[in-house]
Design a protein around this ligand. Structure first.
Ligand SMILES: C[S@@+](CC[C@H](N)C(=O)[O-])C[C@H]1O[C@@H](n2cnc3c(N)ncnc32)[C@H](O)[C@@H]1O
Length: 267
């Protein structure tokens, strides 16, 4: 695990309560994760048949993942846990608009201590968000606690690739992204096994680099005005954000930053 000091939940809440969060949504869409719908479909396919099941989305943001699961996988009920009030209010509104409020509820809590009943979920879900959580050990312990025996944990996350980041690259990436730390595929595998899971999938989706290319292309060629509007037409800020995105693009193409996909069963 690679860590930095001085980044915590307040920094992440500030991102998702403000313009930075809106900027991520502009470039990624309502599903704020690499690969959007295709990535969710790939994860659900690896998780198995979720029809008729009840799940928990840890770090659900505005709940796009939960609405996906209800609409495309016939999941009967979802509970989403997130620590940022603004995204929860936005999510509740979107669920009302889509008519899925009866199947989806939101809980405003830290994912390390959800307060949810032990063993009550058939599966736990997460998409590109656990990288923001400082205490990964508590997060995985909590995820395993709330799922029933034989239940599934299925998630994607931003992880360090097989080519390690240099210390300077790690510091710059974590500072820009407001990640307190970042794991690699093996770190997650070990953590899941330590918590009594059998790991079925632990892999690099191999789609990170092409998607950062896409985001930068859209920002340059189509969404420039919209992005500038979100950040109050601050040209200097736009320049520095673009510079950090290009730095991430370089890391991704070097195989140092990837999207990991994981499926595990609680024994
Ligand atoms: C990238 S967004 C999640 C995107 C979402 N999974 C999707 O696919 O659309 C990250 C979310 O994690 C939440 N988050 C980060 N750390 C958290 C924590 N410790 N407890 C609860 N939520 C947290 C943030 O508030 C934010 O809404």
């Amino acid at each position: 695990m690679r860590s930095i000091n001085g980044i915590g939940l307040e920094n992440v809440q500030a991102v998702y309560s403000g313009p930075e969060g809106d900027l991520w949504e502009l470039i990624m869409g309502e599903q704020i994760h690499i690969g959007g719908l295709a990535s969710s479909l790939a994860l659900s396919a690896k998780a198995g048949d979720l029809k008729g099941l009840k799940g928990v989305d840890l770090c659900c943001c505005s709940g796009a993942g939960m609405r996906f699961l209800v609409r495309f996988c016939n999941v009967v009920g979802m509970t989403g846990v997130d620590a940022t009030e603004k995204v929860i209010l936005r999510g509740q509104d979107r669920c009302r608009q889509e008519g899925s409020s009866d199947k989806i509820r939101f809980v405003h809590r830290d994912v390390g201590d959800t307060g949810l009943i032990a063993g009550a979920a058939d599966f736990v879900w997460g998409e590109d968000a656990w990288c923001y959580v400082e205490d990964k050990a508590s997060l995985i312990r909590e995820a395993v606690r709330i799922v029933k025996a034989g239940g599934i944990l299925a998630f994607t996350d931003w992880v360090e690739g097989e080519i390690p980041l240099t210390p300077d690259e790690g510091k710059r990436l974590l500072t820009f992204m407001k990640f307190p730390n970042i794991l690699n595929v093996q770190d997650y595998k070990v953590l899941l096994e330590k918590n009594g899971c059998r790991v079925i999938v632990a892999e690099d989706t191999a789609q990170f680099a092409s998607h950062v290319d896409l985001y930068l292309d859209m920002l340059k060629k189509q969404l420039t005005y919209d992005a500038l509007k979100i950040i109050g037409f601050d040209m200097a800020l736009m320049q520095s954000l673009a510079c950090e995105m290009m730095f991430m693009q370089k890391l991704a193409h070097e195989g140092k930053l990837v999207q990991g996909r994981f499926v595990a069963v609680k024994k």
